[in-house]
Design a protein around this ligand. Structure first.
Ligand SMILES: Cc1ncc(COP(=O)(O)O)c(C=O)c1O
Length: 446
């Protein structure tokens, strides 16, 4: 039977050069690299480059990239339109203390797609744009508290690094009255006290808390299908309640579409039939370069123009990121989304039928849009409706075994069990992935 020990040993052998670079990196970079999310079991996998759907590792292996820089690379690696646009722009300068016309061009592309967005402001990352959204919401409403969901990841900054990654040794409160807990040392109690925590898909509890705390709440920030803090798909009824109750109480609804903008041409909020007050974006909008944005209704975004909320970063709206973003978003027409979602639907259906037939606790889940996730549940048939279901229903060791073995067999997902597709993937790539899933599950259960 394939166990965590065996998978880890095979991984360490196969990715020995990466292990060595991780080790050497620790002398000069805490942990060996600047993103903890690079961790993959015992160490990160270092790449030399990529081509289409594949990455080439320093260990000499070519892996099907199901990580896609945590959903960024929707067009795969080395897309010609993005590369050509960048190569022709670079000789005329990369950094200016002046605006460039590409900024409004990319803003218009986004505004034309997402119905709730009248205006856009760019930054370098979704983490930064989350901070902007919170400051704008506080300025617009004159209130100070923010609400977010347990397991809701919105970047690494202080105000949202609260109950995003619940972990052992803390008191998190009850399911319907969750408590805010800092995800890291160095976050002050004053920051934590500004955050109200809600439970995903808890209709009654969430509405009650919003009504109790509403007078002080500037915004609720939510991902409609959460990814980084634990994959949970919100129910349509729950999202409609959130929209109705926040509107009634004058709380801004901030929909974080950093990942879910890859779900649908008009954004995932349109699929749910709601309009956000503010939308946070990142990942795909920069076409592989660092770009974040907030968008929203003109009357709200006005606080950024009239001097009430001045926001300015040296690299905000960086020319190259805008150019790459325009190339990427232009390539993403409705047919592109249909193709991605058809591939995801095929995986969900084929693996779902196969695991159900053998009564396996291995599950692939997600709406079939955006990103997908897999987990080894404790029992067959378990679902994940809240972050706490990840603690209760998911066997972390087996899920990690599965991730390591994916890499061992030529596939590179997100270590915690997320994966996403790119448009360069072929039907054969999807077939080989499905066959690898079946092979690993069979080896783990025999
Ligand atoms: C939903 C969501 N919001 C915000 C962020 C932060 O984005 P960035 O890492 O670009 O700052 C992420 C990153 O994974 C995310 O998934």
């Amino acid at each position: 039977m394939l166990t965590l020990d065996t998978a880890t040993r095979r991984f360490s052998e196969k990715f020995a050069a990466s292990a060595q670079l991780s080790k050497e990196g620790r002398d000069v970079i805490p942990g060996g690299y600047s993103r903890t999310s690079f961790n993959f079991g015992p160490h990160a996998v270092f790449v030399e480059g990529g081509e289409g759907s594949y990455i080439d590792t320093v260990d000499g292996h070519r892996l099907l990239d199901l990580n896609n820089n945590f959903t960024v690379n929707i067009l795969g690696h080395g897309n010609a339109a993005i590369s050509d646009a960048l190569i022709s722009a670079i000789p005329s300068g990369t950094s200016f203390g002046n605006p460039v016309e590409e900024e409004a061009a990319l803003a218009r592309i986004i505004i034309d797609r997402v119905a709730s967005i009248d205006m856009v402001q760019f930054s370098c990352s979704a983490s930064e744009s989350v901070l902007s959204a919170i400051r704008v919401a506080r300025a617009f409403t004159g209130r100070s508290l923010i609400a977010k969901f347990e397991g809701g990841y919105h970047g690494f900054t202080d105000p949202v690094s609260v109950s995003a990654h619940p972990h052992g040794g803390h008191e998190y409160g009850t399911d319907s009255d969750p408590l805010p807990v800092a995800d890291s040392e160095g976050i002050t109690a004053a920051v934590v006290d500004q955050v109200v925590i809600l439970t995903q898909n808890d209709l009654v509890g969430t509405e009650r808390i919003l009504r109790e705390r509403g007078a002080d709440l500037a915004c609720v920030i939510v991902e409609l299908e959460s990814g980084a803090g634990g994959h949970v798909v919100l129910h349509a009824e729950f999202v409609r309640m959130l929209r109705r109750v926040t509107a009634e109480l004058g709380i801004l609804l901030v929909v974080d579409e950093t990942m879910t903008l890859r779900a649908a041409f008009h954004g995932m909020q349109t699929q749910y039939g709601i309009e956000a007050d503010l939308t946070v974006m990142g990942k795909i909008i920069g076409g592989g370069l660092p770009l974040g944005a907030i968008g929203g209704r003109a009357e709200i975004m006005q606080v950024l123009a009239d001097g009430r909320v001045p926001i300015s970063g040296t690299h905000h709206g960086h020319r190259l990121a805008l150019i790459a973003g325009i190339a990427c978003m232009t390539a993403l027409d409705e047919a592109a989304y249909d193709r991605l979602n058809a591939m995801a639907g095929r995986i969900l259906e084929e693996v779902g039928e196969w695991t159900a037939a053998r009564n396996s606790p291995f599950t692939i889940f997600g709406s079939g849009y955006s990103s997908l996730a897999y987990a080894y549940c404790v029992e067959p048939g378990m679902t994940v409706e809240t972050q706490r279901d990840h603690w209760r229903n998911v066997d972390a060791d087996k899920t990690q075994t599965f991730s390591l073995e994916m890499a061992n067999r030529g596939f590179f997902p997100v270590a915690r069990g997320e994966f996403s597709l790119s448009l360069t993937m072929t039907d054969e790539d999807i077939t080989s992935f499905i066959e690898a899933v079946k092979g690993i599950v069979t080896d783990m259960e025999s």
